[in-house]
Design a protein around this ligand. Structure first.
Ligand SMILES: O=C(O)CCCC[C@@H]1SC[C@@H]2NC(=O)N[C@@H]21
Length: 205
């Protein structure tokens, strides 16, 4: 007999993320095919978003659409697939496919001024995916907070990296590497705050 207060089997039933609503339970091969397709799709979406590039005069890092694709993709896929998508994205850029901002590629970009953001995408994929797995993407406020957390992770890696590579003082690097992007990040978070809870409402899950 099990006690309700102290169940022998722990409650390990994490919430679903949007990608889990795509049915594939009938076979393990189908589930793997679904997951691989989703990971490749989010990596491709990040590459497309990287081509939306607005240079900021005097600054080494441009405004891009990448963070929107990274964070939205992670929320939709969950932590494992969200991280895998960004490992794939950063990896194909490293081997030479022109998927980084404005068609950039290679080790010189990854180890250059904007490389810390690319590394940050991988960690943010895990963090935002984990927050979505806990249900934070089902409401507007939760989605905005999850995006804020993901953006904070990206800047926590990107800004010190920029400071070291570009030889900037910490305050200068913060303004050049985070301050100029905050309004854009707020717009991306607000858009996600409409899209993700809207998708859940449509799915009625
Ligand atoms: O070279 C790359 O592909 C990386 C570009 C990184 C751009 C960063 S991501 C966070 C911040 N928000 C933006 O819109 N641009 C920067």
């Amino acid at each position: 007999m099990t006690s309700l207060a102290f169940p022998l089997v722990p409650r390990t039933n994490p919430r679903r993320v949007l990608a889990d609503l795509i049915p594939a339970e009938s076979s393990r091969a189908r589930a793997i095919a679904r997951d691989v397709t989703l990971v490749v799709a989010v990596a491709a979406l990040t590459a497309l978003a990287a081509q939306i590039r607005i240079p900021v005069p005097g600054l080494p890092v441009p405004i891009t659409g990448q963070t929107f694709a990274v964070l939205l993709g992670a929320a939709a896929l969950g932590p494992f697939r969200g991280t895998a998508a960004q490992v794939l994205y950063v990896g194909v850029g490293l081997v030479g496919l022109p998927v980084y901002a404005g068609g950039g590629a290679g080790a010189e970009v990854l180890f250059g001024a904007s490389g810390g953001y690319l590394v940050g995408f991988v960690v943010a994929g895990a963090v935002v995916g984990a927050l979505a797995r806990r249900g934070m993407d089902r409401g507007v406020l939760g989605t905005v907070l999850a995006f804020a957390a993901g953006s904070a992770v990206i800047y926590a890696i990107g800004v010190p990296w920029l400071a070291v590579v570009a030889g900037m003082a910490p305050g200068e690097a913060f303004v050049a590497g985070a301050g100029v992007f905050l309004i854009g990040d707020a717009i991306k978070a607000a858009l996600a705050g409409v899209l993700l809870p809207g998708a859940w409402r449509l799915a009625r899950d």
